[in-house]
Write a protein that binds this ligand. Structure first.
Ligand SMILES: Cc1ncc(COP(=O)(O)O)c(C=O)c1O
Length: 348
């Protein structure tokens, strides 16, 4: 029985349990179905068993030891992973420019954070990522218990996770990869390789690029870590089964021929845009991120031009470049319009 089918089933028992809306008191009518599916884990339908089965199926799909569904974003996955790796006073290496959840995880674990810096790419105004040589140097100097690497970065710059994982093994360092922006990677050979088979823990936000609703995410482990224990420390004891069911449906879609075709079409269309421009240049390892700049314009000027003249809003901009984020929901019409606009800017 899948989580989705459990929520579709009519429950004939009379519930004197949470939630108090009883599946009927629909305060916001548009979401009636949501209220109906918002059941408790002690419900006779046993959604906890269906969730367990869905997570086991997901682990098979990804080829991981454990895959957990998260309804509090990659934030909760990173914190749970740090808590699983570090005891008080253990040393953990974190990037000095990382998402705040990296440091917060270390604070909650009582671990000692050692911040590493990454080389800055002056031409594009973005950070480069970690190499195996850089990781080895850090390990020799600090002898840490764990390291967290953000790969890809917000702008789509990836680290050499495969070779870094070998260095981690050599030095006995646990590897946590923040792949929040890389949830599509396991589903296409035309995207960078996912960290899921190399890192001890990999965390992915489904809501960022993979079409999931906010803030659905996944936590994968390569080996058999008792990750439930630390997830239980930070998670609610009243899970949202409708949200969890969207994760199940999301993975079914990503793994379907329709979903895979959508990803390949997205990549092809973006590559077509990039190849049709002469004066706008692109950078980065992730084809779904449109990190661009034009000679004669700063990143901020390009961003302003896109917004004021063409009503196109970017995801992130710096002095040198601007970045548009795309994902599973980015349709052909939107990319066709972007191509037209960029062709105009390219010629101006
Ligand atoms: C690199 C990175 N890691 C982690 C997170 C946190 O992800 P979530 O919003 O899924 O909790 C973000 C969110 O912006 C992020 O950009």
């Amino acid at each position: 029985m899948t989580l989705i089918s459990v929520l579709k089933k009519k429950n004939n028992t009379t519930l004197f349990t949470t939630p108090s809306h009883d599946g009927k008191l629909c305060i916001l009518h548009k979401f009636y179905q949501w209220y109906r599916s918002d059941i408790s884990e002690i419900d006779a339908l046993e959604p906890d068993k269906a969730l367990y089965a869905a997570e086991v199926k997901a682990a098979k799909l990804y080829g991981t030891q454990i895959t957990k569904f998260l309804t509090n974003g990659s934030t909760s996955g990173i914190i749970a992973a740090v808590l699983a790796c570090c005891k008080p006073n253990d040393k953990i290496l974190i990037w000095d420019n990382a998402h705040p959840c990296h440091k917060n995880g270390a604070i909650l674990a009582g671990a000692k954070t050692i911040e590493y810096t990454l080389p800055y790419n002056n031409e594009w105004g973005v950070y480069e990522n970690l190499t195996a040589e850089m990781a080895e140097k850090l390990f020799k100097e600090y002898l840490p218990k764990a390291i967290i690497i953000t790969s890809p970065s917000y702008e789509g710059i990836t680290a050499d996770i495969k070779n870094i994982s070998k260095v981690c093994e050599e030095y006995g360092v646990l590897l946590i990869v923040d792949e929040a922006h890389g949830a599509l990677y396991p589903f296409s050979n035309n995207l960078p390789e996912s960290a899921i088979h190399y890192a001890d823990f990999t965390v992915q936000s489904l809501h960022k690029t993979a079409g999931g609703i906010n803030p659905t995410a996944l936590l994968h482990t390569k080996t058999h870590f008792d990750i439930s224990k630390t997830l239980n420390m930070i998670n609610t004891t009243s899970p949202s089964y409708p949200m969890l069911a969207t994760i199940e449906a999301n993975l079914n879609y990503l793994n379907s021929s329709k979903g895979k075709h959508k990803i390949e079409t997205l990549i092809l269309q973006i590559n077509d845009i990039k190849n049709s421009l002469k004066n706008i240049k692109f950078f980065g390892d992730d084809p779904t991120k449109i990190l661009m700049k034009k000679e004669g314009l700063s990143g901020y000027e390009l961003s302003e031009l896109l917004f004021k003249k063409f009503k196109i809003e970017d995801e992130r901009t710096n002095e040198k470049s601007t970045m548009l984020l795309t994902g599973l929901g980015t349709d052909k019409a939107k990319l066709d319009r972007l191509k037209k606009v960029l062709l105009k800017i390219d010629k101006s």
